[in-house]
Design a protein around this ligand. Structure first.
Ligand SMILES: Cc1cc2nc3c(=O)[nH]c(=O)nc-3n(C[C@H](O)[C@H](O)[C@H](O)COP(=O)(O)OP(=O)(O)OC[C@H]3O[C@@H](n4cnc5c(N)ncnc54)[C@H](O)[C@@H]3O)c2cc1C
Length: 385
């Protein structure tokens, strides 16, 4: 039973609920017990990708003819929800499923889909997308990585940083300049299968303040040659448009993760303050606690209703960039506020890593940064005014 009283959205069909239940069980059995050791190792076990593949958790929204489960974004939304509620922030399956696979489904040729998607569904291929560079994050048009045509190959040179799944990914969508003089119009998405190439190198697995078990990394491309058939889309120069079309979904996904974590933080805190005593009474009995939790519940409810609405829009193909940006920026801001208040209500125990709220606090902060910073979200929203 959720601590929220929100009506089920229309897209939450029985089939989607069954999938959510299966993901929840997978989290409890195969993921949650390992989170502490993965946090120490700063990476999840490679094996878990195969287990997730076997359990049907990977590529649920990919058509069945390409090895997926033939579901929709509703299934991916529920995977993100379950991961958020169960504190799984390191295993990058949602990025793999709901960001990387859709690029191939939407822009891949028949041959690319046949080649990559079944292996992504089984866990043999782990996906990543490399946009950000040491000198360029928000200003994506300014990337320096090049993919130069040489016969029937592209030769890729450049470096990327902060790449989710960076240590484990073996299928990387590299945002590159095929025509460096043409600005955004010279940008293309080129897929690098890292097991097949020379000149590709992984840098540091970066030491972050949160989401510790996620292998967020530097990547280097030094004269990496891939066949021209690894270009996503029918011609060069479509990369920026493809990114803009897909980023709305990525931004909603950050909102979905945020609201799931808010709900979990609220639930755990309600339990905690009912148990914990101070001045001879439960911490819950102080009016300050009740007011803080009332505020947290209100924010979480509004966030839930809005992200449910956005998920419905996305499923209908109607989610625009500005609305997705609202979900990303507002929910992540609220997530940080709610988690901070919930930690405060735990007193000193909230600062101890053995309490899940401490990890939630560390894990929440980056939500305002990645996927486009919240300032960039406001730039996008303000353009519609
Ligand atoms: C844990 C983690 C995982 C990530 N995963 C990936 C990934 O898988 N793939 C990938 O490609 N990238 C990834 N990123 C990178 C992320 O998307 C970028 O960090 C983000 O887009 C910001 O870019 P930047 O770090 O270069 O900041 P900058 O662009 O240097 O921004 C610095 C500050 O300036 C502000 N700013 C910049 N431009 C403007 C403006 N026009 N108006 C107002 N303020 C502005 C920003 O909001 C920010 O506050 C990840 C980052 C992290 C931390």
């Amino acid at each position: 039973m959720s601590v929220l009283q929100v009506e089920k959205p229309a897209w939450m069909t029985e089939d989607v609920e069954i999938f959510a239940d299966a993901v929840g069980k997978f989290c409890e059995k195969e993921l949650a017990p390992h989170v502490d050791s993965w946090e120490k190792n700063e990476i999840v076990d490679r094996d878990v990708w195969y287990k997730a593949g076997e359990a049907g958790i990977l590529c649920a929204s990919v058509p069945e003819e390409y090895g997926g489960a033939g579901g929709s974004f509703a299934h991916e939304a529920m995977l993100i929800d379950q991961f958020g509620k169960k504190g799984i922030t390191g295993f990058g399956a949602s990025l793999h499923n709901a960001i990387i696979a859709p690029y191939i489904v939407h822009y891949g040729s028949e041959e690319q889909k046949q080649r990559w998607l079944p292996k992504m569904a089984s866990g043999e291929l782990v996906g990543a997308i490399a946009m950000t560079e040491p000198g360029t994050g928000s200003d994506l048009q300014n990337i320096k990585t090049t993919a130069k045509l040489d016969g029937n190959e592209y030769v890729i040179n450049g470096s990327k940083t902060f790449i989710t799944n960076g240590q484990q990914a073996n299928l990387i969508i590299v945002v590159s300049k095929t025509d460096p003089s043409a600005g955004a119009k010279g940008t293309s998405l080129v897929v690098v299968e890292t097991d097949e190439v020379e000149g590709f190198r992984r840098g540091r697995n970066l030491d972050k303040i949160g989401q510790k078990s996620q292998d967020t990394s530097e990547l280097f491309f030094d004269n990496v040659r891939v066949p021209t058939s690894n270009l996503l889309g029918t011609e060069e120069g479509q990369g920026f448009i493809q990114l803009m079309q897909q980023l709305a979904s990525e931004r909603l996904q950050i909102g979905l993760q945020g609201v799931a974590m808010m709900e979990a933080a609220l639930e755990q805190t309600v339990d905690y303050v009912k148990e914990r005593k101070a001045f001879g009474q439960a911490v819950m009995d102080f009016q300050n606690t009740q007011f803080k939790l009332a505020e947290a519940k209100t924010k979480t409810t509004v966030a839930r209703v809005f992200t449910d609405h956005c998920t419905g829009l996305l499923l209908e193909g109607k989610l625009d960039a500005a609305t997705a940006s609202m979900a990303k920026y507002w929910v992540s801001d609220m997530q940080c506020e709610v988690v901070d208040e919930c930690l405060q209500l735990h007193g000193g125990y909230g600062y101890m890593n053995e309490y899940p709220i401490a990890r939630m606090y560390r894990d929440a902060r980056v939500q305002k940064i990645y996927g486009g910073t919240n300032e960039i979200m406001k730039v996008l929203i303000s353009r519609t005014l």
